[in-house]
Structure formats: C-alpha cells, structure tokens
Design a binder for this molecule. Sequence first.
Ligand SMILES: Cc1cc2nc3c(=O)[nH]c(=O)nc-3n(C[C@H](O)[C@H](O)[C@H](O)COP(=O)(O)OP(=O)(O)OC[C@H]3O[C@@H](n4cnc5c(N)ncnc54)[C@H](O)[C@@H]3O)c2cc1C
Length: 274
Amino acid sequence: MYPFAYLRPQRLTDALALLQQHPEAKALSGGMTLLPTLKQRLRAPSHLVDLTRLPELQGIRFDGGLLHVGAAARHAAIAASPVVRAQLPALAELAGLIGDQQVRNRGTVGGSVANADPAADHPAGLLGLGATVVTDRRRIAADAMFVAMFETALAPDEVVVAIEYPQPRRAAYAKQRHPASGYAVAGVFIAQTGDGIRVAVTGAGPCAFRWTAAEQRLAASDLNPAALDGLALDPAGLNDDLSATGAYRASLVATLARRALAAIQQAPEDDHGI
Ligand SMILES: Cc1cc2nc3c(=O)[nH]c(=O)nc-3n(C[C@H](O)[C@H](O)[C@H](O)COP(=O)(O)OP(=O)(O)OC[C@H]3O[C@@H](n4cnc5c(N)ncnc54)[C@H](O)[C@@H]3O)c2cc1C
C-alpha cells in the first residue's frame, strides 16, 4: 500500500472542498472495493476522504411515493430496514443477496453505484425501478448513470448523496450468485412502474442495461412469462469469462427473468413485490 492521508470531514461541504483541493484524493465509503485496490497498489490516492459519517448521506425514509436512501446506507441496513421491507421489498431482497454478511455490513449503496462493477446488484435495482441518483450538484436518471465497465456519468469529484426510488406496483429481483464472491454472474430486476414495465440486467454486460425487447413483450402481455418464449439476448457483446460464457449468460438472463416474474406473480399486488 502506498502512503496516503486519511481525512474525516464532518459536513458534505467540507468533503467537497477537500476533494476539490486535492485532485488525487478519493472518496471512501465502505472501502470494500477501494481498500483492496490500495492494498494491491493498483491505486495511489494522495488522500482518502471518508464520507461514511456525513449527516447529508444518512437515512432511509419513504415520502410521497419515493423511497429516499442515503448514499452511506449499508447493504445490511437496506436489507433489514422496516421501511424498505414494507415499501419496496424487492430492494430489501436485492441488498440481502449482496456478498456475505461482512461485505453487507460495510458496503454502501453510494459506493456500489459510483463503482459500477459490472456484476454489482444495486445498478439493476436502480435501472429496474427508474431511480434517480442525487449528487452534490445535480440529479442523474438511472438510465443515464451507467456508461461502461466501472464508468458512470459522475464527474471525478462528484459525490453521490442519495438514491431516490419511485415505488413500483410490483417488482422482483432474481440473481445467480458467483459461488465464491456472491457477485452476480447475472441478475435481473423486473418492475411494473407508473411508466410501464422495466427489465434491468446486471452481470451479463460491461455495465447494467435494460432489456427493452423483454419490456415490450411483457408490457403487451401483462407480465405473462410465456411472452418471453423464444426471446434471448444476443451473446455477442455479453461478458465471456472464466465464470460463464456469453452464451451461458444469455440463457441465464432468460431463466432469471422467468424467476423474477414468478416471484412477482406470487406476491400480493399491494405488497409491491417479493
Ligand atoms: C468479497 C466481496 C464480495 C462482494 N459481493 C458483492 C455482490 O454480491 N454484489 C454487489 O453488488 N457487490 C458486491 N461487493 C461489492 C460491495 O458490496 C460494495 O458495494 C462495493 O465494494 C462498493 O461499495 P463501498 O461502500 O465499499 O465503496 P468503496 O470501496 O469505499 O468505494 C468504491 C468506489 O466508489 C467511490 N465512492 C464511494 N462512495 C462514493 C460516493 N458516495 N460518491 C461518489 N463516489 C463514491 C470511491 O471513491 C471508490 O472509487 C462485494 C465486495 C467484496 C469485497
């Protein structure tokens, strides 16, 4: 590990000033991704600016049909939150499927979204629900957030403050976990929202994306799984690695979409999901 200075500002404005003052500084949340890269000497930031205690990044609340989750919310807190479990149970389910207990106790939704790992779970939830990423300076629609592998619409010194999730009528997430890490070999989030059906896929491509062909078929059939018969993603362009080939992932995504639909069909509609 290269030497660095550790800074723990008390307010968001102070954190932003530090990030602007030190161009080689990095924001630190749960450290579940950032710290291993430092240990492996893959990064050499001059400063780590710890965001986890900033009051502006805390809290989970439901108000006016929107679930507001502070960027510093840990996966375990989201999974266990009575508010999330009552208002958006599919998101609690997603958070509870991340990694293992230790990772869930440290990792945050803000860090996950900013990191944009191709196999991360939260990006599927954001895209599937049509969420909004609230930063220190603007609001970014989930559809515009995930640009490429480990690449988002965020500027280098921009800080994710919160995620706002509109409450869907029904939603569910289905995932195939990597047996070692727990990351998604593939994951599919399906939601029936005020704007129609949304189908978001993670793990299969360089970053999370919407499966629009599936959305169109499901919209025309009121979420009938049979509408997906004969439909598959093109394996070309999908991730092809030691865990799974592109063809395997294409098949897996179709299977996971059916599992998510089955979970949606089983859930009472006023429960908003699984
Ligand atoms: C063994 C293991 C298994 C895992 N399994 C899974 C899994 O199954 N599914 C899954 O989705 N994830 C998984 N993860 C990832 C983990 O859950 C975290 O979500 C991820 O590491 C990033 O969150 P963090 O809070 O730890 O961020 P950090 O590691 O602190 O930061 C990650 C990056 O985001 C930046 N950043 C952090 N917070 C902000 C912010 N608020 N605004 C702007 N930039 C910010 C940092 O500068 C850094 O570049 C796993 C991690 C490990 C180590």
